[in-house]
Design a protein. Structure first.
Length: 77
């Protein structure tokens, strides 16, 4: 390996907003890396998926879907 061309590979502390922290090795330039979300608190990994409804869009979609389903179920003559 050539000298002085590779970044320094050092131990850093990684901490999440949920309180979880661990140590790892990285070329990150600061001694601590702060995360907003990690596998300990991410909804995909915890199984607590939340639905974010913006201005009732989900309800409007469900109502439209119900109307479409009813139209499909009624036989046309």
């Amino acid at each position: 390996m050539k000298k002085d061309i590779h970044p320094e590979y050092k131990e850093i502390s990684v901490s999440c907003a949920c309180g979880m922290s661990f140590k790892t090795r990285s070329t990150y330039f600061k001694p601590e890396l702060r995360l907003e979300i990690c596998s300990n608190c991410h909804p995909f990994f915890t199984g607590t998926m939340k639905l974010v409804d913006t201005a009732g869009r989900v309800e409007r979609f469900i109502e439209r879907y119900k109307k479409t389903k009813k139209e499909e179920e009624t036989p046309s003559s």
